[in-house]
Design a protein. Structure first.
Ligand code: KG4
Ligand code: ZN
Length: 328
C-alpha cells in the first residue's frame, strides 16, 4: 500500500510517501526566510507561500520516490489544529486529489501526529503505555495521559503562550531572528556562566498540570529594558546570559510539570513531541532525569521528525488505516 501525506498547518509545506509504515521519501519547503522580516508567521502570507510551493514539493517527492500518483492508495492531510488559511491550502489540494484519483482521504489531527512521530523508524511496541506525553511547540503546549495507541486524555495545557511562542517572542525582544527556539538554544549553549534563576519559575498551581509562559516573557522584557536603559543596547554577554537563564527556566518548568504529572498519575513512561522537544537542553535534561528516576523515556528518533513534517502525518495515517481495516 502506498500512502501520500501532506502537512501545511503552519509554515512548512511538507509531503511524504510511505510504503506501508516505511517512509520512502519526504520533501519539506520551509518559509523561515519569508517570515524572518516580521519575526512571526502572518497566516495569509503563509497560505500564499504554501499555494505557490505545494505542487513543486509534490513533484519533487514523486520524483525521489519513483512512485506515480496513479500508484497511491490513500491520501492524508493535517486537518486541525493550525493556521486556518494554511490548513485550507493542503486540504483543498488533498481533497481534489482524493476525488480525481478516487482514493480515500484521511484527515489527521496535528497534535496526535506530533505524538506519533515517536513511531517513525521504530517498532509498533516502541511506546510504553500508559505514558505522559509533553507536546510542546509554537502553536501548542499540552500534557496528555496517553493510555494506548489511539486513546489519550488532555490533562494540562498552557493558559496563555506556548513555550515555543515564548522562545520566538524573547528572540524578537533581543533583535534575534525567527524562529527563536533554535537561535536562543545556540546562543545559550555558548554561555559559560552558571544558572542564577533571575527569572520566575512560573509553576502556577504547583500540583496542577497547566502551564503559563506570559509572566516569564514579561519578566524577560523587563530585564531586557533595564539593561538597555543602563547601557543603551544589549551587549553580547547580556544576550547570552538572558538566553541561557530564559531557556533553563523554560526547561525547568516543562520538566517539573512532566514528571510531576507522571508521579501523580502513577505512570512510568514519559514521551516528548513537538518542535520545542528538539531543544537539546530540554531533551538532555528530561532524558537524564528519566534515567535517574527510573522512567522509560522516548523522543522522536530524528530532529526533523519533531518539527512540522509530513512523515508524522503519514505514520499516523498508516496506523489509523490499519485500525479501521482490522475492524471491518
Ligand atoms: O511544531 P512547530 O514547527 O509548529 C507548531 O506546530 O507550532 O514548532 C515551532 C516552534 C517555534 O516556536 C520554534 O521557536 C520552536 O518550535 N522551536 C524551538 C527549538 N526549535 C524550534 N524551541 C526551543 N528550542 C529549539 N531548539
Ligand atoms: Zn506542530
Amino acid at each position: 500500500m502506498y500512502l501520500l501525506a501532506f502537512e501545511t498547518s503552519c509554515d512548512d509545506t511538507s509531503i511524504a510517501i510511505f510504503r506501508d509504515r516505511e517512509l520512502v521519501a519526504m520533501k519539506t519547503r520551509s518559509q523561515i526566510r519569508e517570515h524572518n522580516e516580521t519575526k512571526w508567521v502572518v497566516p495569509e502570507v503563509a497560505a500564499r507561500i504554501h499555494a505557490n510551493n505545494i505542487f513543486g514539493v509534490l513533484e519533487e517527492v514523486l520524483i525521489e520516490s519513483k512512485i506515480t500518483l496513479g500508484e497511491i492508495n490513500i491520501i492524508a492531510c493535517t486537518e486541525f489544529p493550525g493556521l486556518m488559511p494554511s490548513l485550507l491550502v493542503g486540504m483543498s489540494v488533498v481533497k481534489t486529489l482524493s476525488h480525481t484519483l478516487a482514493i480515500p482521504y484521511l484527515p489527521i489531527d496535528h497534535i496526535e501526529a506530533h505524538m506519533f512521530a515517536n513511531y517513525l523508524e521504530r517498532e509498533t511496541n516502541a511506546i510504553h503505555f500508559p505514558a505522559i506525553c509533553l507536546t510542546v511547540s509554537g502553536g501548542h503546549n499540552e500534557l496528555y495521559l496517553w493510555k494506548n495507541m489511539f486513546e489519550r486524555e488532555k490533562i494540562g495545557e498552557t493558559l496563555d503562550d506556548s513555550a515555543g511562542e515564548a522562545f520566538d517572542k524573547v528572540a524578537k525582544m533581543m533583535g534575534l531572528g525567527y524562529p527563536g527556539g533554535p537561535i536562543i538554544g545556540k546562543i545559550a549553549s555558548e554561555y559559560t556562566g552558571s544558572f542564577h534563576s533571575i527569572f520566575p519559575n512560573v509553576l502556577l498551581n504547583k500540583n496542577g498540570h497547566d502551564f503559563s509562559f506570559s509572566g516569564l516573557k514579561s519578566a524577560v522584557k523587563r530585564e531586557v529594558d533595564k539593561r538597555i536603559d543602563k547601557n543603551i543596547s544589549l551587549t553580547e554577554q547580556d544576550i547570552q546570559e538572558i538566553a541561557f537563564e530564559f531557556e533553563q527556566t523554560v526547561v525547568n518548568i516543562l520538566s517539573y510539570k512532566l514528571f510531576h504529572a507522571a508521579e501523580i498519575l502513577g505512570v512510568s513512561s514519559v514521551v516528548l513531541a513537538g518542535w520545542v522537544s528538539a531543544n537539546d537542553r530540554l531533551c538532555e535534561t528530561i532524558e537524564r532525569e528519566a534515567k535517574q528516576r527510573n522512567y522509560y523515556f522516548l523522543a522522536p528518533i530524528r530532529k526533523i521528525y519533531s518539527q512540522d513534517n509530513a512523515a508524522m502525518v503519514g505514520i499516523l495515517a498508516y496506523y489509523k488505516h490499519q485500525k479501521t481495516s482490522s475492524e471491518k
